[in-house]
Design a protein around this ligand. Structure first.
Ligand code: SF4
Length: 362
């Protein structure tokens, strides 16, 4: 496998300041406020012809409301699919900004609202279009494949958009067509795809502030203490952590693995919001968060995405009530981004069934 690096790779671009995890970790509701908000949100979803689509990493209350009201709790790919096929005129996307943008790109005729427009993603922030577009222009011989965790403008420059649940399949497909890939922005997922498929790639050097904190040595020690546990790892994690996994996969694939595998105990290396669905999907099984503390740890995240947790009941109620936080995208950019996104959705329809497992290290 050859890895071409024609020009110097861009440095990792530091994410701007964001709320500390402690400031958004547990919503601080007054007595009776939480149940009143939940009731009001249920009513407003009905009255406003709206449906709630929540990511697995959001607060448990939002996931519960989405499930109970006919919405969806899903990974990025399923969120995109669900929003397109649901008849509601308003999609309320609980997640981070690129997820709301994706919903709008695929559903321009619908109103797309978000509980907050401030929820960013370090991968998106670390891949600004004004730097990414010249990087692509310097590699005209490569097919540009970007992760869903990017802005609409970056998607508009790409040939393909992929999520972690479909990335390997698309890379295999392109490799079989003799294509070379320019990948952005997650360097660990890019490295994983390159190792698993052998495809020729240049890789943008972005990272997720949550997954890159998982520590190999500490995970090894935890495994030693629990030899009966299976290790489930999201491929945005560092290679040493991925190497210790029994299964590597997207959030949906990790949940599916917990249901399928015979183990009763799992060590899980992804954002801790996923435990809500894992416990629901595999009752009776036990889940331990993979360690983020140890040598070199900064623990800005501690398996906890501070942006995802900015989605709360108050914000959800407010946007449903007043229609604030609507997502708008420049139409020229939207049309271009729609091409690369639809390529993924069409490919997924043929090659990936919902919840299908893609890779395993075991
Ligand atoms: S968990 Fe990582 S990849 Fe997901 S939204 Fe947060 S910063 Fe982005």
């Amino acid at each position: 496998m050859s890895v071409t690096r024609d020009i110097e790779l861009p440095p990792v671009i530091a994410a701007p300041d964001y709320p500390l995890p402690g400031s958004v970790r547990t919503p601080d509701y007054a007595p009776g406020e939480r149940s009143a908000l939940i009731e009001e949100i249920r009513t407003l979803l009905r009255e406003k012809d709206a449906v709630l689509v929540a990511h697995y990493y959001t607060d448990e209350d939002l996931q519960m409301i989405a499930d109970e009201t006919g919405g969806a709790v899903a990974d990025s790919l399923e969120m995109a699919r669900f929003g397109s096929k649901h008849p509601a005129s308003t999609l309320v996307v609980a997640g981070v900004r690129f997820m709301g943008e994706t919903a709008k790109i695929l559903n321009p005729e619908k109103r797309v609202l978000m509980p907050t427009l401030e929820a960013e993603c370090s991968l998106d922030l670390g891949c600004p279009p004004e730097k990414f577009i010249p990087f692509c222009d310097a590699h005209p011989d490569r097919t540009v494949v970007v992760y869903a965790n990017t802005s609409a403008a970056v998607k508009a420059r790409a040939d393909w958009v992929v999520t972690s649940s479909i990335a390997l399949k698309v890379a295999e497909h392109l490799r079989n067509e003799g294509k070379k890939i320019l990948w952005a922005p997650d360097r660990y997922l890019g490295d994983y795809i390159m190792r698993m498929t052998g495809v020729d790639m240049v890789i943008w050097q972005g990272s997720c502030v949550v997954h890159e904190e998982f520590k190999m040595d500490e995970l090894n020690r935890l495994k030693d203490g629990h030899p009966e546990a299976a290790v489930l790892v999201h491929p945005e994690s560092p290679p040493g952590v991925i190497a210790l996994a029994d299964r590597v996969g997207s959030t949906s694939q990790i949940i599916q693995a917990a249901c399928e595998m015979d183990n009763d105990l799992f060590i899980v290396a992804t954002e801790d919001g996923i435990f809500h669905k894992m416990k629901e999907a595999a009752p009776g099984k036990t889940f331990i968060a993979a360690p983020t503390a140890g040598e070199g740890a900064t623990c800005k995240s501690c398996a906890h995405c501070p942006w995802m947790k900015m989605n709360d009941l108050r914000g959800l109620e407010r946007v449903l009530e007043g229609g604030a936080n609507e997502v708008f995208i420049d139409e020229v950019i939207r049309r271009r981004a729609e091409v690369s996104l639809k390529r993924m959705v069409d490919f997924a329809r043929e090659h990936i069934k919902p919840g299908m497992h893609v890779s395993g290290n075991a």
